[in-house]
Write a protein that binds this ligand. Structure first.
Ligand code: NAG
Ligand code: NAG
Ligand code: NAG
Ligand code: NAG
Ligand code: NAG
Length: 369
């Protein structure tokens, strides 16, 4: 039953990602569709009227066979189950946290609180006295810092005394290369930002058997990770074609060849924060998250709308997955290398889960520092 929703998540993911820009204006953009999907599905529990309808259509949370109350039950379950499937398949690889923070003293509707706890038990509900915005920020950020062992330190800022509702979440993707490299090398090398100005960044050299394609317009490599995920990485030959290749190339339909490759690529350790309200504004869907949206199921009297919806993604892939060299391994020599691939210009990548074939993460690296 999750399958159509996974396809929808993938399609939404591509639409979101194309419009996304990171808050901190860095050269790295990261997004996990299932995380954004979950935040929106949790928020949709508070939506009423046309906004509820928009969320349902947008997130595909509809069962056409059901009418009346049942309709909404099914749709609420769907939103939760899809994510449970994804997270349980990728245990150890993905860590997530979501905080739903309301102004202290504000009474949310019992029905909403009950449904949030029931359908999204991982969402943590907190109250903060936003009449003192700095202290409220500090309090929320301390929770998040604690929960992430210091990895996410200042996610929420810019609160005001009128802030009623903030939704903040993070996902930490921590992968390991599946195959141990048969050569060594880890050093600072040139990366050509936007294809021109170069910076020295930590790079890794990896040698071994790899699936890849060298096309006149791009180079693509498939990088398997420990567990059940893999990365498809695409580096356009011309950096200014990155967006157009990214929006048109169906990375999983390309036929790759196998060969012994020497690969030089940046060390994968990035993070990115983005503003979901701004994204929806840019997507021209004002009835969903803006002040115009109807969130009548959140509060009895006041029409509360989320003041901030912020997401943070940390992406890292560590080297040397498997500790020992597999038995029967042939010592690697220069003579067997047929191809060298350098990832030293802007590129994009997608991470997929192997079992459900779901899109777990999208990334775009245009500039490194
Ligand atoms: C918001 O939705 C509720 C139904 O949940 C409806 O009764 C109310 O009239 C709507 N408000 C507006 C301003 O449309
Ligand atoms: C929030 O802080 C203000 C200023 O310190 C205080 O007057 C108010 O009572 C607090 N509100 C709540 C609900 O604790
Ligand atoms: C954060 O963790 C520290 C130490 O583990 C603890 O003393 C503190 O109370 C925690 N703060 C919050 C807000 O949970
Ligand atoms: C996020 O990236 C910035 C540089 O872009 C870096 O300074 C910061 O330490 C990173 N944070 C985490 C949690 O990795
Ligand atoms: C290949 O040979 C060159 C010298 O010819 C050497 O510098 C390099 O480290 C060798 N690479 C590997 C992967 O053995």
């Amino acid at each position: 039953k999750s399958f159509p929703l996974l396809i929808l998540q993938e399609n939404l993911g591509k639409i979101w990602f194309a419009k996304l820009s990171p808050l901190e204006g860095s050269g790295v953009t990261l997004m996990a569709p299932f995380q954004l999907y979950e935040s929106l599905a949790a928020l949709s529990l508070g939506a009423g009227g046309i906004t509820a309808q928009n969320f349902r259509d947008h997130l595909g949370l509809v069962d056409r066979k059901c009418i009346g109350d049942q309709h909404s039950w099914i749709m609420r379950w769907q939103g939760r189950l899809v994510n449970q499937d994804i997270l349980s398949q990728q245990e150890g690889l993905l860590e997530t946290g979501t905080w739903f923070v309301v102004r202290k003293g504000l009474q949310l509707r019992q029905a909403f609180l009950w449904e949030l706890r029931w359908f999204y038990p991982s969402v943590q509900l907190k109250a903060a006295n936003t009449s003192q915005p700095h202290m409220a920020e500090e309090m929320i950020n301390t929770f998040i810092r604690n929960a992430t062992a210091g990895r996410v330190s200042r996610l929420v800022n810019g609160l005001s005394p009128s802030t009623n509702l903030v939704l903040a979440s993070y996902v930490h993707f921590k992968g390991k290369w599946k195959t141990r490299s048969q050569c060594h090398g880890s050093e600072f090398q040139d990366f050509y930002n936007d294809g021109s100005s170069k910076v020295q960044v930590p790079m890794t050299t990896w040698c071994g058997k790899l699936q890849y394609k060298i096309d006149p317009t791009y180079t693509m490599i498939k990088l398997p990770l420990i567990g059940t995920a893999y990365i498809m990485l695409v580096q356009p030959v011309k950096p200014d074609t990155l967006e157009s290749i990214e929006s048109t190339l169906d990375v999983n339909s390309i036929i790759l060849k196998s060969g012994i490759v020497k690969l030089v690529l940046p060390r994968f350790k990035w993070n990115s924060t983005y503003d979901v309200k701004e994204l929806y504004h840019r997507m021209n869907l004002p009835d969903m998250l803006s002040g115009r949206a109807n969130f009548s199921r959140l509060h009895n009297d006041q029409n509360l709308t989320p003041d901030q919806v912020i997401q943070h993604v940390i992406f890292e892939v560590m080297e040397d997955g498997e500790k020992s060299t597999p038995p029967g391994h042939v010592p690697f020599s220069n003579t067997t290398i047929t191809t060298e691939i350098r990832i030293d210009k802007p590129f994009f990548f997608r991470v997929f889960g192997e079992i459900l074939n779901d899109l777990l993460l999208l990334g775009r690296v245009k500039k490194l520092h």
